[in-house]
Design a protein around this ligand. Sequence first.
Ligand SMILES: [Zn+2]
Length: 503
Amino acid sequence: MFRYIRLFLFAWLFLSCAAHAPALTETYVVQRGDSLWEIADRYSMSVTELKRSNGLRSHHIYPGQRLLIRSQGRSTRSSSGVEYVVRRGDSLSKIADRYSMSVTELKRINGLKSNNIYPGQRLHIRSSAAQLSRSRSYTEQSSRTTVQPSRSRPSSGYVEMDYVVRRGDTLSKIAAQYSMGLTELKRSNGIRADRIYVGQRLKVRTRLQKIAMDNGPYYFYRPKAAVQRSRGYREVPPKKPIEDYRSARNLMGVFNANINSDMRRDSRSQPLKGWRIVLDPGHGGRDPGAIVSNLDGNNRSVYVVEDEFVYDIALRLYQKLRLAGAEVEMTVISPNHLIRENNPPARTFVHEQNEVYNDVSVNRRNSFSVRPGLHNIVQRVKIANRFFARRGKTLFISLHADNTPSRPKGPLVIYWSRRGKIDSRSRSFARIMERALDLPDVPAQISGRNLAVLRGNLAQAEILVEIRNVHDKGEAWALRSHKRRDSDANRIFRGILNYAKRY
Ligand SMILES: [Zn+2]
């Protein structure tokens, strides 16, 4: 017993000295279903670091086992529910606010008489509150990823925001996008005439219902299942394509309005100003792409659906590109989600067949067959070409995760080529992208293929990126982690920047 305590203390001292960081060290009690990956990910540690600081030789852990982890004052699940470790600078009201609790409630749960707290102190937090806040604390950490409209904490209600007029907008189009009346839109902006100009700021409001879930948030409606249940599981959309299209446009409007307000706060240089970029989230609608099985920490099967995860990467990339000054368009949009967190990563995304083409005319026909599928790939090229209109600084990137046993696990970049004919601009884009995606342990590859989505594309350069080969179990796991998806989006972003610098 004493030896255990001495060891524990020694490890604690060792870690806190070795790290030289203001981070606190604490123990984490392993829960059923945990894996080292997930724990490391949750505490922003590497698996190697986690194993080293706990003297672990293998990846095996067991429920009830105590692990030393670096804490940065985040909420943790412990054997006694959800705990928050107080950081320097915290106050009760700050913590209460973060977890959508009142100070009174927080004090009552923790038996506190005064408002004094101290760094390292453990506080109990309502578990539903902790769950709700998880996506928020993530958006706080990555300052630029504010995906939910500000002041939208109540699960439903009107959200007011700024809309910046873009090329091709009309007042009636904007009004329709936010389900406002034209008169209402004009009145709330003090506008008499119908004339608007690019760059003009308009106050708009929309009604959004935000549904907090471990693998969310969702809007408008939630999936029936909490995780993808099997390889064949799918959820048929409850609404008509045109209704899903309107909801999806509405969500993108909110997403854009948030990016606009981020841009106003942080007006850095815009290296991609003048570029028009189309992101094509591979699959969606009727076509899920690859669905592979993976394991959670308890050796139970979980399933990863390519289209849902790749859509998330596309949105992350969309945001980064717009913040860098580019105009961006998507070929496929979803009615019920923006960037999603899935925390823990075992909460996989469900294959919902609700995505629609980002084109009103396609969705007017009330038929399941108008949703994205393998037979209408060319629709993606049509949407892109309309957005490009003129050549010039235009790029097209189709995003996928392949499932190819014969290929190494690294990313693959594909440019158009057929019988010795090569699109050379696209090939040089692909080469630059390949270097940006290269990691020391997982090198990227490049290949020329005659793919329909790259054929007849008007972009200056067009490529298809297989960001991870999910045939590899580790890569499929990585796709489940929102942090990895964000770093994937970052790597693609860097590839685009490097290309834009040259052309
Ligand atoms: Zn694919």
